[in-house]
Design a binder for this molecule. Structure first.
Ligand code: ADP
Length: 203
């Protein structure tokens, strides 16, 4: 299974991606977690991205593309969360997956309103003290989502790969809807490496 999960900050992407990864035994590749890990380690990458993350700005595309290429190179399956966030990142991802002949099976979109997103992020900020869950950084992140990431959503929608899920339901309901969508794409028990490209493409 190669799954891309899209949606605004606070849509529950991370929560759902972890559940999918566990059930389907594929790695959860979350760029935010990778970057926060680098910051915690104090590595060169971490030092470079720390102020960017705190403002809620985006890390430069070239850096993200290199990071993802390295991370996905040897994986057959994955749930990708947090990348691509811009059209150039999406173009790079599509080219990369084409080159290694590992196309995406499905692109999931978790839809929530800005009001719900902001409420959830403020609550997480209070609980987890994430520096970018402060009101100003939250506004910035949602503004960047609407401006730069929504065109990525439209790109996959027009490619016919997108399945939208209502992200304002409970965690279990959202996960149920995702599982229903995944069954349509790849029925349980079929070849996990996708040796039947015709069926995958027509799904
Ligand atoms: P959220 O989606 O709630 O903003 P993430 O954990 O996915 O949280 O990302 C946290 C931060 O990491 C982003 O605000 C951004 O600074 C950086 N980041 C993550 N993924 C990318 C990406 N694909 N391109 C640029 N920056 C990214």
């Amino acid at each position: 299974m190669r799954i891309l999960i899209l949606g605004p900050q606070g849509s529950g992407k991370g929560t759902q991606a972890k559940l999918i990864a566990k059930l389907h035994d594929v790695p959860h590749v979350a760029t935010g977690d990778i970057l926060r890990g680098a910051v915690a380690e104090g590595s060169e990458l971490g030092q470079r991205v720390q102020p960017i993350l705190e403002r809620g700005d985006l890390v430069p595309d070239d850096l993200m593309v290199d990071l993802i290429r390295e991370r996905l190179e040897d994986e057959h399956g994955f749930v990708l969360d947090g990348f691509p966030r811009t059209v150039p990142q999406a173009e790079a991802l599509d080219a990369m997956l084409l080159e290694i002949e590992k196309p995406l099976d499905v692109v999931l979109l978790l839809e929530v309103s800005d009001d719900v997103a902001v409420d959830r992020l403020l609550q997480r900020g209070a609980e987890e003290h994430r520096p970018d869950d402060e009101p100003e950084a939250i506004r910035n992140r949602l503004r960047l989502y609407h401006g730069l990431t929504e065109p990525v959503v439209e790109r996959y929608r027009s490619g016919g790969m997108l399945v939208s899920v209502d992200g304002e339901q409970t965690v279990d309901e959202v996960f149920g809807a995702i599982e229903d969508a995944l069954k349509q794409v790849r029925p349980m028990g079929s070849d996990p490496l996708g040796s039947d490209p015709e069926r995958v493409q027509s799904a």
